[in-house]
Design a binder for this molecule. Structure first.
Ligand code: CA
Ligand code: CA
Ligand code: CA
Length: 137
């Protein structure tokens, strides 16, 4: 089973490196599931959004940092104008910066069954609902 998983992962990465620019929620999920256990824990989930915090790292992600970070890291998911929309949808408390407070709220929205981890299915459901650019997930 583990062997099969490894083969699948290798297959996915070889497809990705083939210049397939049809990125989607699945590959985004895989990119941030850094321990490859098939779910996003709170810290992995936070990294997806808070990882855009540029120097000086103050744990606050401005619109500028978010748009720049998203565009350079997830270029395939960056339709013109949509990244700014992502920012406003992520800034759930409306103070125009992304902080851990926003991510905590967002995490509980994604974690539909409340088991403190976000499964691939939960991720896809919530992500396609919130960020329209992902049409296949
Ligand atoms: Ca994980
Ligand atoms: Ca905020
Ligand atoms: Ca869950």
């Amino acid at each position: 089973m583990l062997k099969l998983t490894v083969i699948v992962i290798l297959f996915i990465s070889s497809v990705k490196s083939d210049g397939d620019d049809h990125d989607n929620g699945h590959s985004l999920f895989d990119k941030y599931d850094s321990d490859h256990n098939g779910v996003l824990g709170k810290s992995e989930f936070s990294t997806l959004f808070m990882g855009f915090d540029a120097w000086p790292e103050d744990h606050r992600v401005s619109e500028h940092e978010f748009v720049n970070g998203w565009t350079s890291r997830n270029s395939q998911l960056s339709e013109p104008g949509s990244v700014t929309l992502f920012f406003f949808r992520t800034d759930l408390d409306g103070d125009r910066v992304i902080t851990q407070n926003d991510i905590n709220t967002l995490f509980s929205m994604f974690d539909e069954n409340g088991n403190t981890s976000v499964s691939r299915q939960e991720f896809c459901d919530a992500f396609s609902a919130m960020y329209y650019a992902i049409d296949k997930c």
